[in-house]
Design a protein around this ligand. Structure first.
Ligand code: ADP
Ligand code: 5GP
Length: 201
């Protein structure tokens, strides 16, 4: 039972790193978040996110369907509880790409099984270049994301690991290492299981 939380400014390279690492980290479940933000070009409902209206999101909050949720850049983003519990019960590594507020909430509830990593480009100006080169957001959205990034970077100290994503191959290798070490993290449940099987065999 292990969770990896990956956070970092929008445009830091989180999705790129997860995609590149995906064949090298064994059986995992990537938690698909629900959001009220509009899909970007190329995004598909149920693949990158579940895209819903504000009313639908607020109904899910009322019904207690989220493990955590937060408002980021004026939109809601949340992690549904059920699929995460199913994946954990199946023994899969669960990966969350969530913001610093979501990370805090996950730590409050599941710190024993959570390993966290903050990803950032080497500088604010490089982040701006990447957001502009990605060509998916308009100028105003990019400016809002850069302002948010300046706040988010102050939360680095709350994370177990940091990856500076200058070279994508090295950053991916580092992320694979974090996933491997996350699987070795001891939880109360794994301790009981290990002792039980150690004594019986
Ligand atoms: P996030 O998921 O954190 O929002 P993305 O994975 O979409 O970020 O990456 C943002 C942009 O930066 C993409 O266009 C991606 O191809 C590019 N990128 C990612 N890592 C690097 C890197 N090490 N060097 C240069 N460009 C990168
Ligand atoms: P984007 O709009 O670029 O896809 O994501 C914006 C920010 O929202 C990123 O920092 C991302 O990590 C965060 N985010 C995505 N899903 C969730 C979620 O379920 N919960 C929280 N708290 N943040 C999320």
């Amino acid at each position: 039972m292990s969770i990896v939380v990956i956070s970092g400014p929008s445009g830091a390279g989180k999705s790129t790193i997860i995609n590149k690492a995906s064949e090298h980290i064994g059986s995992f479940y990537f938690s698909i978040s629900t959001t009220t933000r509009l899909p970007r070009a190329g995004e598909m409902n149920g693949r990158e996110y579940f895209f819903v209206t504000k009313e639908e999101f607020e109904a899910d909050i009322k019904e207690g369907n989220f493990l955590e949720y937060a408002k980021v850049h004026d939109n809601y983003y949340g992690t549904s509880l059920k699929p995460v519990l199913n994946a954990l019960n199946e023994g899969k590594l669960v990966i969350f790409d969530i913001d610093v507020q979501g990370h805090k909430l996950v730590q409050e509830k599941l710190s024993k099984i959570t390993t966290s990593v903050f990803i950032t480009p080497p500088s604010l100006s490089e982040l701006e270049n990447r957001l502009k080169n990605r060509s998916l957001d308009n100028e105003e959205t990019i400016m809002r994301r850069l302002e948010n990034a300046k706040k988010e970077i102050k939360s680095i100290k709350e994370y177990d690991y940091i990856i500076i994503n200058d070279d994508i191959d090295r950053a991916t290798d580092e992320f694979i290492s974090v996933c491997n070490v996350a699987k070795l993290k001891l939880s109360d449940e794994s301790i009981d299981k290990i002792i039980f099987s150690w004594e019986k065999s």
